[in-house]
Write a protein that binds this ligand. Structure first.
Ligand SMILES: Cc1cc2nc3c(=O)[nH]c(=O)nc-3n(C[C@H](O)[C@H](O)[C@H](O)COP(=O)(O)O)c2cc1C
Length: 126
């Protein structure tokens, strides 16, 4: 956990990818957000540029899990990119057997998302 906290502190940008458990944020990821926030001074999240994304075989692309993740991150002072949102629904159709992204439309959306995240981090770095 100390390593994770240091990695967050050293990062120009943190990208968090979440699945969705019963219409919410998986407890283990909430736990990680919480542990990285302690002790609170310094809290490694504060002022850190973050982008959130997710994938699920379900139909709503982790929208609800991402909302809860945004809420948890806002509380600890992370600066979460507001838009574009990026979620993959029906993820079992979007990826090939080897784990690579096979769907061109999803790949294009992902590229836009990552470009925006880099811009977000650069803006906040001043
Ligand atoms: C307990 C549990 C609940 C889940 N609930 C949802 C859900 O509400 N909506 C959804 O889209 N996917 C749901 N999933 C699928 C996950 O989003 C995810 O795609 C899948 O579990 C693979 O990720 P993992 O290996 O990190 O768990 C659920 C999975 C688990 C294990």
């Amino acid at each position: 956990m100390l390593e994770l906290k240091q990695a967050v502190r050293d990062a120009d940008l943190v990208i968090l990818a979440t699945p969705e458990y019963n219409a919410g944020l998986p407890g283990v990821l909430k736990n990680a957000v919480d542990w990285v926030s302690r002790p609170p001074r310094p809290n490694a999240w504060e002022g850190r540029p973050v982008a959130v994304m997710g994938a699920t075989p379900g139909g709503f692309g982790t929208a609800l899990a991402q909302l809860q993740l945004r809420s948890a991150l806002a509380h600890v002072g992370a600066l979460v990119m507001p838009l574009p949102r990026f979620g993959v629904s029906q993820a079992h159709r979007a990826f090939a057997e080897d784990g690579s992204l096979a769907d061109p439309a999803t790949a294009e959306r992902l590229e836009r998302f990552l470009g925006s995240a880099a811009t977000w981090a650069a803006r906040l770095a001043g």
